[in-house]
Every structure is written in C-alpha cells, then in structure tokens.
Design a protein around this ligand. Structure first.
Ligand code: AMP
Ligand code: MG
Length: 415
C-alpha cells in the first residue's frame, strides 16, 4: 500500500493537458487559452464620443456655433467640423473630421435647432472621447496561452472579432457507479437495495471543477456488463468508477479493467477513508484515458475525488495539477487519533474564518491573523453523507497516533 504523497505524485505524472481544440467563443468560458491572441483590429475602430454632447474643434473659443448635423451611435457624420460649427452626437457615435473634443450637453444651452450656446469654450483636446486604437492597436498582443477565459476575456475576444478560439477543452469525465444493490434516485429501492447517491454526487463534483460529466447507467456486478460500460466510459478523457474495488467477492472492477487493457498504476492507498482507491491509465494510439476506481462508500468516494480526481481534471484542462490548498486551524476539542493511515476527516471550520471584513477594519489587521477553530464532526463511518453535508473542510492528519488537545494546530482543506 502506497502513501498519499506517492499516490498524488503518480496521478500527477499521468495527468497531462489535453490536446488544444478550436471552440466557438460561446463555448469557451472558464477554459484555458491555448494560443497567443493578437488583435486584428484597432479598438475603438474610430474616434468615439464618450458622452452625449457636441463634437468641436478644441481650440475654438466661439460661444455661439452652428449645429451641422445630429449623429447617433451606428451612424456616420458627413460634414467636417470647423471653427464656429459643432456636430450634435450621442455616446458611442464617431467624431466628424476636424473635431478633437466633445462638450457635454450639460455645458450647453440650445438657442434653436441649428444654433447652440457653449458654457464651456476651453475643452482640453481629447475631452470626452476615445481616440481610434486607444484601447488596442492592430497587431498588438492581447493574451498569452495559459490565460483562463473569464467573462472579461470573453468580452475582449468578441470585441476584436476572435469568434473561434483555441483552448484546452473541458475534460469529458464518465461517471460509472457499480453495484447490484443500486437503484436510481427516482426509483424505490426493494429489500436490500439503496439509491445510487455517488453517481449524481460525482457528476456534480465534476461539473463544479470544470469537467463535462457523462453519467453512465449503474453497472451490475457482472463481468460482461462492467466491461461494456467501462468501454463506453473510455470514450471520454477520465473514467470515475465507484464501488467494486475492495476485496469482496463481487468486487470485479480491477479484473474488468485489466481485461480491457487499462494499466494499473496503483491499487490501495494509506488513506482513511479511501483505502481501496484504484488508479490506472488506458493508452490508445492518439490519446490516453485516466481511470479512477473510487471506493463505493460515499464519503470515501468524495474524499478520493477531492484529493486525486479533482487536481487531475484541472491538469487535463490546462490549469495545472491544483491540489486543494491546506490551511492551518485550531482544533475546538480534544481528539485521540489512532494514526496508521493519512486521514481526511469531515470537519467544520468556524464561521469566523469566513466572516466578511468589517467597515472599520483595515486590510490585514487584527482578527484576520487569529487562527480559526475547526471541529472534527462526529462521524458514523464512511457511508455517512449526511454528516459530510455539515462539513466545509477536511482535517488532514498524518500516519502517527496523536493525543490532540483543544487548541492544537491541524492542517485543514476546505471542500
Ligand atoms: P463496494 O466498494 O462496492 O463494496 O461498496 C461499498 C459500500 O458503498 C457499499 O455499502 C455500497 O452499497 C456503497 N455504495 C457503492 N456504490 C454506491 C453508490 N453509487 N451510491 C451509494 N452507495 C454506494
Ligand atoms: Mg459493490
């Protein structure tokens, strides 16, 4: 049985970014850019008004001027502005030839439809306008590969007409629950049956971390059915099996994977909960698929997903093998820890940790530096998802037994 650290190292070694692919801009949100983007346009493409007002020659000091025409956004001025004249225009409209400033309506008094009085006659050149190319120039480098496409980046790509973008695609993650006892959430379990909670839980976890979940039907504990559904899962980039990886008579998953040519990287990790975890890789000519056999118990499944599968999905998506950050907190109670395996125990970090900053509190002052309290939740074993729902963190303890007192510092991962 290998350590958690060694298992992480092995998963990281195999979790390589997927081949980049072009996608429509509408599909690209939150994905990682896989190309260098340069602007094919000047932005704005013309000198543009930033206010509703009058386009003028900035050096013109005349109080009363002739109004040449009125231009809305989307229209084009026809007459050049000269001293003694002005063009009425709306926000976003192009400035006419000759104009180099805008005077806001608030600084004017209309005399009649063709004449206007200016209260301001000394605008700085460039007032209330954005010059052509002020934001971006043709040929200017806009983004480097590796940038995460947030809404702002998506907006800029649209602005410059980059409607198809090369990205690291969203990893497709097949979720395959196994077990004769499982029925779907909308079915009534017969005697000896339970509902499949892991399938929907893992699919939601995949979606939350940027993967595209593909929920497969529950596989019975039957060689042929398992093989058929695993084969379907291998169409994706990652397969998350759950259940059937322990030492029971009906734990057929490792054999089924071997029969399909999935190479085992490790089976069993010194982790509590989560010891039966299986990990391997199926290599095809032009791609590879990461296969996780997660333990069936819901809490074990969740912990193994958090520790191993989530960083792997991030790595495939081009975000790097991002493990959950570990923070330090103080235990709110005594805890006798039996050691043996690395443990990740469902826990609740006190609200003080996530309290918003008060208006009178300066950044980085006082209370922020105090360690928050964490309570390891009384737990009814690894099938207890209901206790897990109280948890917002996992307390991570090492392999040595410890008698921890209230106030002791412990490592904590938020989940
Ligand atoms: P296994 O690893 O297949 O022996 O499963 C371990 C335990 O987890 C058993 O009590 C199963 O009933 C339970 N279990 C397995 N898969 C699921 C699932 N998809 N949803 C809920 N419980 C499950
Ligand atoms: Mg089972």
């Amino acid at each position: 049985m290998i350590s958690v650290e060694e298992a992480l190292r092995l998963v990281e070694q195999h979790a390589r970014p997927l081949a980049p692919r072009p996608v429509a801009l509408e599909q690209a949100a939150e994905l990682v850019l896989a190309e260098e983007v340069t602007s094919a346009v000047d932005s704005p493409p013309y000198d543009k008004s930033l206010m509703d007002g009058y386009a003028v020659v900035s050096s013109d000091r005349a109080e009363v001027r002739e109004v040449l025409e009125e231009i809305g956004a989307g229209s084009v001025p026809r007459r050049p502005v000269t001293p003694g004249t002005a063009t009425r225009l709306m926000t976003g409209a192009p400035l006419p030839e000759g104009a180099d400033a805008v005077i806001a309506f608030e600084e004017t008094q209309p005399i009649d439809d063709r004449t206007v009085r200016f209260l301001q006659t000394d605008p700085a050149p460039g007032q209330h306008m954005l010059a052509m190319g002020a934001a971006l120039r043709i040929g200017q480098r806009v983004f480097e590969p590796g940038v995460v496409l947030r809404p702002i980046e998506i907006g800029i790509l649209a602005e410059i007409g980059h409607a198809v973008v090369n990205v690291q695609p969203r990893p497709r993650v097949a979720v395959l629950p196994t077990g004769n006892e499982l029925v779907a959430a909308n079915e009534k379990p017969a005697a000896g049956q339970i509902r499949n909670s892991n399938g929907p839980m893992l699919a939601a976890a995949v979606a939350r971390c940027g993967g595209e979940p593909i929920e497969l039907p529950v596989a019975r504990d039957d060689r042929h059915e398992l093989r058929r559904l695993i084969r379907a899962g291998l169409e994706g980039d990652v397969v998350l099996l759950c259940g059937g990886v322990s030492a029971g008579k009906f734990d057929l998953v490792p054999d089924a994977l071997a029969e399909l040519g999935v190479d085992e990287v490790f089976h069993k990790v010194a982790l509590r909960p989560g010891k039966p975890l299986w990990f391997g890789v199926k290599k095809f000519d032009d791609r590879q698929v990461l296969v996780f056999g997660l333990p069936g118990n819901p809490v074990s499944s969740f912990v193994c997903f958090e520790l191993f599968a989530r960083p792997a999905i991030a790595a495939l998506a081009g975000r790097g093998f991002a493990t959950t950050p570990v923070v330090v907190a103080r235990l709110s109670h005594d805890f006798h820890y039996k050691g043996g395996r690395t443990s990740c125990l469902p826990a609740r970090l006190s609200a003080s940790e996530i309290k918003p900053r008060q208006p009178d509190e300066s950044v980085g002052s006082g209370s922020g530096s105090a360690l928050s309290l964490v309570e390891i939740l009384p737990w009814h074993g690894s099938a207890d998802l209901v206790t897990l729902a109280q948890a917002n963190a996992l307390v991570r303890l090492g392999t040595e037994p410890e008698r921890l007192s209230a106030g002791a510092r412990v490592d904590v991962m938020r989940v």
